[in-house]
Ligand binder design. Structure first.
Ligand code: GLA
Length: 383
């Protein structure tokens, strides 16, 4: 992955790279899909909660040209080796391999009657670190660039759901819809209040003159498929059964403090009901411009993810604490699934430089640094 300071690819540079790799191919279709930073609301999307992710300006670019060869040839500027396989006999890629996303995107499009019979594909990106949903970004960009219906193809929620199917059916992560929704539906200058139970969304402005969103990489790698992610989800499925609530409505329907006769289940459930209340309060605080309150909710979310949901780690705890020690920091928390990855902080705009300098000085050698995250909108074709 590229360092946060690396020059961003552009449509023109991606098209040039494509032509250099595939000199005989037709002009490619280009697509861009951002990464996302989740401001608050983690581990509630798969059980019907509300989340507040924000797309970031960094993301994934895909250039793809369809052909009749029956072969898929793909290069990733950031990964080795290049791939080539017959579309009717895809290899079984190992866990976490980017070939799984490629094959998954083609299979999902195929089921929709919109897959090419052959294609040349180039992928590049500049998402700086883990925890920023490079998976959803890659999935959405692949679907947009490979969709045989072009501009008439997948958009909006159906596109987000198609990207989620890639994860469920081909990558092996039973994720919620938060990341794909943020990547597809996110707007410039705003975060997305997304109600997962009924897939409704509204924008929550993040005015750059009032509030800066900073992200720092813990340097601890995380893999979702191999992690406790699916285990946490399974445990909550049990809680929903015991409480007699539909799993996809658990976060909004479970009574806080419900007894399960199982201390671990009660801790997990406490995170879910508490996080749902915090997200609702954070959306209200953001709309009222009450950033100190917004920040306190971020801090409380981190504590709950650490103590009740048990998805933090010492590096994430230290990093969140390092942000909180800085004057001008309203609050900080781990963002995304946890188990490593990144921390997000809300700080006063006039404290950005000092905050970044102080936090960066304490980062370990494996960290890819810290940066200010900005929303420039969701995924688009032809960029
Ligand atoms: C990952 C998943 C999301 C969500 C978060 C945790 O990013 O892809 O669906 O569950 O973890 O909030």
């Amino acid at each position: 992955m590229a360092a946060p300071t690396a020059e961003a690819p552009t449509g023109a540079s991606v098209a040039r790279a494509f032509a250099a790799h595939f000199p005989d191919a037709a002009a490619p279709r280009l697509a861009f899909a951002p990464g996302r930073v989740n401001l608050i609301g983690d581990h509630v999307d798969y059980c019907g909660g509300t989340v507040l992710p924000m797309p970031i300006e960094q993301g994934t670019w895909v250039a793809a040209a369809a052909n009749e060869s029956g072969m898929l040839r793909a290069v990733s500027v950031d990964r080795e080796p290049a791939l080539a396989f017959p579309l009717d006999r895809p290899p079984r890629f190992p866990d976490g391999h980017w070939g799984r996303f490629l094959h998954g995107a083609l299979a999902v499009l195929e089921a929709d009657g919109a897959a090419p019979t052959g294609a040349d594909v180039l992928v590049t990106g500049n998402i700086p670190c883990g925890g920023l949903s490079s998976s959803a970004s890659l999935s959405v960009a692949l679907l947009l660039a490979l969709d045989g219906r072009g501009d008439a193809g997948l958009t909006g929620l159906p596109l987000a759901r198609a990207a989620q199917r890639i994860e469920h059916e081909h990558v092996g992560v039973a994720c919620g819809l938060m990341d794909q929704a943020a990547v597809v539906l996110g707007e410039a200058g705003a975060a997305l209040e997304f109600h997962c139970a009924d897939a409704t969304a509204s924008a929550v402005p993040i005015p750059e003159e009032e509030i800066a969103i900073l992200v720092a990489d813990s340097g601890v790698p995380r893999t979702l498929a191999g992690s406790a992610y699916n285990e946490r989800r399974d445990a909550l499925t049990r809680a929903a059964e015991l409480a007699g609530i539909e799993f996809t409505r658990l976060a909004t329907s479970l009574q806080p403090g419900t007894a399960f006769g199982d201390a671990e289940l009660e801790r997990l459930a406490r995170h879910v009901t508490g996080e749902q209340a915090r997200v609702e309060a954070a959306c209200a605080a953001a709309r009222a411009g009450d950033w100190p309150r917004f920040g306190r909710l971020l801090d409380a979310s981190h504590a709950s993810l650490r103590d009740d949901y048990a998805v933090s780690c010492p590096a994430l705890d230290r990093l969140a604490e390092a942000f909180r020690r800085q004057p001008g920091c309203f609050g900080a928390r781990l963002t995304g699934a946890g188990f490593g990855g990144a921390v997000v902080a809300a700080v006063r705009p006039d404290s950005v430089a000092a905050c970044l300098a102080a936090v960066t000085a304490g980062l370990g050698a494996d960290s890819r640094g810290a940066f200010r995250a900005r929303s420039r909108g969701g995924a688009r074709r032809g960029e």
